[in-house]
Design a protein around this ligand. Structure first.
Ligand code: FE2
Ligand code: FE2
Length: 213
């Protein structure tokens, strides 16, 4: 399937708010990132019924459209925007302002589109690093962001069947991969990701035997 074939027809967009969110995101994103965004919406739409999350689907589709709308802003812009919007900046976000892209996009979208939905909000806020208090809807969204069809890395190919089967196992697999990548690169690790890792292990989720690329 090509990225182009993932672009939505109007009939696939379910609400007027979603239509406006799609257009708002389109204005802010490159073709490539908008294709990713469209892929995430398609992916949550396919996965939500598999995991009993159909009720949350409209909110997750909205999260899909807006979640990366600030991702093409540089770190300086993100910090300035955080200050303007009154978003709290944690130490790890000051170190790596890219981590703020979800929080900034959420606040910008809520203001521009005039909505607030707690399911959309936590899915967007936790899509980059995870959070120990993630809901099942947040977990599905975090994973859809990784396995949407334009992603082709080998570890993503191994992650896809896990996402169909068990959200927690898939999440731990993905998290271990992401933590190892950050350690290899010598980059700061968000304490939320570490807390989520510990929470999943404490809940008895089996750690992946092979999560390397
Ligand atoms: Fe993102
Ligand atoms: Fe994304």
């Amino acid at each position: 399937m090509t990225a182009h074939s993932l672009l939505p027809s109007n009939s696939e967009i379910t609400t007027a708010l979603e239509q406006r969110a799609c257009a708002w995101a389109r204005e802010r994103l490159s073709d490539e990132r908008f294709a990713h965004t469209t892929g995430v919406v398609a992916c949550v739409t396919r996965l939500a019924p598999l995991h009993g999350l159909t009720e949350q689907l409209p909110a997750l589709r909205l999260a899909g459209w807006i979640h990366d709308a600030a991702k093409e802003n540089d770190g300086h812009d993100l910090l300035a925007e955080a200050q303007r919007l009154g978003c709290r900046v944690r130490p790890v976000e000051r170190q790596n302002p890219g981590l703020l892209h979800g929080a900034i996009a959420l606040r910008q979208a809520e203001i521009a589109l005039g909505f607030h939905d707690p399911v959309t909000a936590s899915a967007v806020l936790y899509h980059t690093t995870g959070h120990p208090a993630m809901t099942r809807a947040d977990k599905l969204f975090y994973l859809a962001d990784l396995v949407e069809p334009s992603r082709t890395a080998e570890w993503i190919v191994r992650l896809r069947p896990l996402v169909e089967r068990d959200l927690d196992e898939a999440l731990l697999f993905a998290l271990v991969h992401q933590l190892r990548r950050l350690l290899r690169k010598g980059e700061a690790i968000d304490p939320r990701a570490v807390a989520l890792y510990n929470r999943l292990l404490a809940a008895g989720v089996p750690p992946p035997l092979q999560a390397e690329e």
